[in-house]
Design a binder for this molecule. Sequence first.
Ligand SMILES: NC(=O)c1ccc[n+]([C@@H]2O[C@H](COP(=O)([O-])OP(=O)(O)OC[C@H]3O[C@@H](n4cnc5c(N)ncnc54)[C@H](OP(=O)(O)O)[C@@H]3O)[C@@H](O)[C@H]2O)c1
Length: 283
Amino acid sequence: MNYDTSQEPTLVLGGSGKVGRRVVDRLTARGVRVRIGSRSGEPRFDWEDRSTWGAVLEGVGSAYVSHYWDARPGAAETLGSFADLAVESGVPRLVLLSGRGEEEAERGERAVRYSGAELTVVRSTWFAQNFSEDYWREQVQGGEVALPAGGVPEPFVDAGDVADVAVAALTDDRHIGELYELTGPRLLTFTEAVLEISRAVGREVRYVPLSIEDFAVAAGDQGVPSEVVEGLTFLFGEVLDGRNARLADGVQRALGREPRDFSDYARDAATSGVWNPTTTRAA
Ligand SMILES: NC(=O)c1ccc[n+]([C@@H]2O[C@H](COP(=O)([O-])OP(=O)(O)OC[C@H]3O[C@@H](n4cnc5c(N)ncnc54)[C@H](OP(=O)(O)O)[C@@H]3O)[C@@H](O)[C@H]2O)c1
């Protein structure tokens, strides 16, 4: 059974984030009414303030659930509590974004499943868009991406593919009960990914390997908030150890097509001007 777009709105948590805003755009284009759940949404939603949870769930038919940092200790309990409240509030249909290879994120998946929700899990590897819409955009603009990523390959996935799978799951009941592990079609080391970006922008952008310790100090000096530094050092120090250095077929299974290649992402992001040294736009 497909979702009736004339019915209640769909709640999109993290609806201003890299995947969330694409989910919002795609649902809106299909005529699905959307409510964004974030600290800047209306009503305001804050994962750290449970008194804000009930209002965003009121009257919605389904929800895309994206915690702001699902690998953070305790996130699993928070996700479970939110899912319990959603089910109690009459919102049993949930699509959960989860991080691949992250123990806490997988605990979160189990906590949400335990709520009894009609669940689809979208378990994703690193987004290509981290280079253009988040952490590393300014480094690309500056011509040097300095990270503690070593030589481990990563199958970067396009945030647009993640959003396509989430929207398919939100709008088609055939995806209930599925766990889709999402990767791109190719393994790339950070050196190779930055080389692709360098080719796409037509100027030199170098990857510079850093130790975890030097990275944490440099990020702190650049004013990156300590909790973000903590999250990134966890991701680079623990999750990027080769455990995700394999391709998965979630995009094909959910959508019946191949995932988007990193070179297509890099070409389009370069064309948008997001990496031009003076621009401030997001791709
Ligand atoms: N980035 C990746 O490569 C990647 C890959 C796999 C999984 N993940 C996971 O996906 C999730 C989203 O990551 P992302 O990188 O896509 O994040 P993002 O683009 O930075 O988006 C974060 C979103 O969460 C909202 N938010 C932040 N703090 C919040 C709070 N306390 N309460 C409510 N909303 C809050 C933000 O909006 P406001 O600022 O308006 O609140 C924003 O909409 C995380 O759990 C992450 O671990 C990320």
